[in-house]
Design a protein around this ligand. Structure first.
Ligand code: BGC
Length: 734
């Protein structure tokens, strides 16, 4: 986000005209209140949803018709800076009040969670990151931005940039996996896609990077839980994505709910002022997460709302999401000298700058054509991009005796309730999808005229239907495609789990099918890496499908029949059993690396190896790596090697380069991803490839938050995942 001198002057002039109250108004992000349209109080409705008295679908229906109060009088009085919502007609109405009926005519920021597409739902982020395809990640963000504008949204609460190492945490689904390097590439691509497509005013939005910071490091994987860590860990693991996003000019950030080393991120001036705004140079603003300011009272760091509001604004938090604490108390706090006018002006200036950058003063409204564009069917190119992203995100985890791809004419049995749930393909944080756009796996197979019988048998919840299981076992085909995994509601916010094996009776269903002599192909639909020890050992084929978005069924069908050769890789390590979590490949070296001998870092009752490592994913062909050589120039190390397609179909491989700093002043990870490239190869074809490693990327942050590059021995690994690699050593003097 860069403003011209004229734009900066415009902001200053406007600021100069504002009253104290109008300034405070800009810091207020308002959500419409739900005021009726149903028979019980709203709180009870939420409880009914939580305890299962009403389903998610019933809740959605009630909400869709609920009466809302958009606080129009507050907007008219200039007391609202931003509104949450995704209705373009309502957005235009509210914007008209802000622009035409307020004293200064300042437009509203319209914020909404557009995490992996809006109506065009793309794969969840953990899946999309596994494409290792930066260009794709940028294009899906671009499309999401364009659709957002048409829905009246000009500020996306995305990208979610929490590097996550513990799969018990439900929000792993929303972010780009466990690796800071890959996640930072994802961050750059998303900011470019959301913000830089400014060929027309309707095609870009302001990004909001979240959740700042270290939210994913919550103890025991339990959402909202406490986090504590060293400075070096904060800088090396949790900050790089945000740094990368700021370098790309991200407009805003959302402070996370958690405390970090005892200070909630909402009121943490070290992370907000010193690092984000100071060191990383955020020019836009920081918003709290929903209710975040009030939660500082619950955290026990602020005595009351007033105290919490003052602490937050002074710490560098500029906008209040949802509590109205700034609205109610900041004007008085300025009059009492508890917040300086300079601090308030800085926050307002940042918010106004984003509005100016977005062009809202010139173009505040959603044009009618844009609203019309999505009323009917989704445009073809949107569906095509959803399909491309879904296809590239699928990861082939196991394929014994080349069971896959299936022969299209051969009969098979399809089981699993999830196979016939178009509403479950979208994944967590999909808020504007339409059922008619969604292709379930069963529908995808039907569209391709596949030859199968379907028995749901069992889903992530509920019992096994014995009659259906019997029919599935008795069916004359010996191949069973079992769609198993998690409901959308089992990952995402407030969806941490202590048990991350296949939920419900699904594994029992698989065991019965295997015992009956069926060759079971598991197709997984899930929002987190699952602990797959049993499945990996006993099933002949496993396809990781995640929640792939609206074209899930089409993409899975094409992969099952070999029309698309899978090329996705895991952006997160998969454990074998629950107790291995948190499990991630780039862990620090111990003094006693786990081995067969007794006194080493391991479990008595579980393997030390992951079930599937980071970067892992098979293909219908095979790839061979050879001839690794390292050369060095002034700025880089170049790894050259040969990659050959040794199978008999064309395929795409993600070649990966890892590094280990063998001896350093701090214990370093056993491996760290440093570069990658997607390479397409025909059968028998081999290519000479190079992957470079910039010397400036070979350092690390120490506990004084200083980035240091230390001379010494480095090990370089190249291969198709983080475990199976070739290696060479090189001594470097920086
Ligand atoms: C979530 C955020 C989200 C916000 C607004 C919060 O509960 O943590 O990720 O952007 O709600 O919907």
């Amino acid at each position: 986000m860069k403003l011209s001198e004229t734009q900066k002057k415009f902001v200053e002039d406007l600021l100069g005209k504002m009253t104290l109250e109008e300034k405070v108004g800009q810091l207020n992000q308002d959500s419409p209140s739900i005021v009726g349209g149903f028979d019980v109080p709203f709180e009870e409705l939420i409880e009914m949803l939580t305890d299962g008295r009403i389903s998610q679908e019933e809740f959605g229906k009630i909400m869709a018709t609920a009466e809302r109060d958009f606080h129009e009088d507050d907007i008219r009085a200039g007391m609202v800076g931003s509104v949450m919502g995704n209705d373009p007609v309502k957005a235009n109405e509210l914007q008209k009040i802000a622009v035409e009926e307020t004293r200064l005519g300042i437009p509203l920021l319209m914020g909404f969670d557009v995490i992996h597409g809006l109506r065009s739902v793309f794969p969840i982020a953990i899946a999309e990151a596994g494409t290792f395809d930066d260009d794709l990640m940028e294009r899906t963000a671009q499309m999401a931005a364009k659709e957002s504008r048409a829905y009246g949204i000009n500020w996306n609460f995305a990208p979610m940039l929490d590097v996550a190492r513990d799969s018990r945490w439900g929000r792993v689904s929303e972010g780009p996996g466990e690796d800071p390097f890959l996640a930072s590439k994802f961050a750059r691509a998303k900011i470019k896609g959301l913000q830089n497509n400014n060929d027309s005013v309707d095609s870009y939005v302001a990004a909001c990077t979240k959740h700042y910071v270290a939210y994913s490091a919550c103890e025991a994987g339990r959402d909202y839980n406490t986090t504590s860590m060293s400075t070096s860990q904060l800088y090396n693991v949790y900050l790089p994505t945000f740094k990368a996003a700021m370098e790309e000019g991200a407009c805003s950030a959302m402070a996370s709910f958690n405390d970090l080393n005892g200070v909630p991120c909402t009121v943490n001036s070290y992370t907000l002022r010193d690092i984000l705004k100071g060191e990383f140079g955020l020019e836009g603003f920081v918003v709290s997460d929903a209710n975040g300011i009030r939660e500082c009272v619950t955290h026990g760091i602020a005595e009351d709302d007033v105290d919490a509001g003052i602490m937050a604004l002074n710490a560098g938090l500029d906008m209040d999401m949802g509590t109205r604490i700034f609205y109610n108390h900041i004007a008085q706090a300025v009059k009492d000298g508890k917040v300086s006018m300079e601090t308030l002006d800085d926050a307002v200036r940042r918010i106004l700058s984003v509005k100016v950058w977005l062009g809202l003063f010139e173009n505040p409204y959603v044009p009618q054509e844009a609203i019309e564009a999505y009323k009917a069917n989704l445009p073809k190119e949107h569906i095509a991009l959803c399909e491309e992203a879904a296809e590239k995100s699928i990861v082939l985890l196991k394929n014994e005796d080349k069971l896959l791809p299936l022969n299209k004419t051969d009969k098979f049995t399809l089981v699993g309730e999830l196979a016939d749930r178009p509403d479950e393909v979208v994944g967590a944080w999909s808020l504007a999808w339409e059922k008619d756009d969604c292709v379930s796996i069963k529908a995808g197979l039907e569209n391709a005229n596949a030859n199968f019988e379907y028995y749901p048998v069992c889903g992530p919840e509920g019992e096994i239907n014995a009659e259906e299981l019997k029919l599935a076992i008795e069916s004359d085909s010996d191949i069973v495609v079992a769609v198993v995994g998690e409901y959308t509601s089992m990952s995402g916010e407030a969806s941490s789990k202590a048990d991350i094996t296949l939920p419900g009776h699904q594994q029992e269903m698989l065991k019965k099918l295997v015992a009956a002599g069926k060759k079971v192909v598991a197709v997984l639909m899930n929002g987190r890496p699952l602990a797959l020890g049993w499945e990996a050992e006993k099933l002949p084929a496993i396809l990781e499908g995640w929640h792939l978005g609206i074209q899930m069924g089409t993409a899975i069908t094409k992969v099952l029949f070999g029309e698309v050769n899978p090329s996705g890789k895991l952006s997160s390590t998969f454990s074998s059993v629950n107790g291995q979590e948190p499990m991630y490949y780039n862990h620090p070296n111990t003094g006693r690396p786990g081995s067969k001998s007794k006194f080493t870092s391991k479990y008595l009752d579980a393997p030390i190896e992951p079930c599937f490592p980071f970067g892992y994913g098979l293909s219908y062909t095979t790839f061979e790596y050879s001839d690794l050589k390292l050369t060095e120039n002034k700025d880089e190390i170049i790894a050259s090697f040969t990659l050959k397609n040794t199978g008999n179909v064309a395929g795409t491989e993600v070649a990966q380069l890892y590094m280990q700093d063998v001896t350093a002043s701090l214990v370093r990870p056993v491996r760290e991803l440093k570069n990658y490239e997607r390479v397409q190869l025909n059968p028998g074809e081999s290519k000479q490839l190079t992957l470079s490693l910039r010397k400036c990327d070979m350092g690390f942050y120490n506990n004084d938050a200083k980035y240091v590059c230390e001379d010494g021995l480095f090990r370089i690994y190249v291969g198709g995942n983080s475990k199976d690699t070739m290696e060479e050593e090189i001594r470097i003097k920086f």
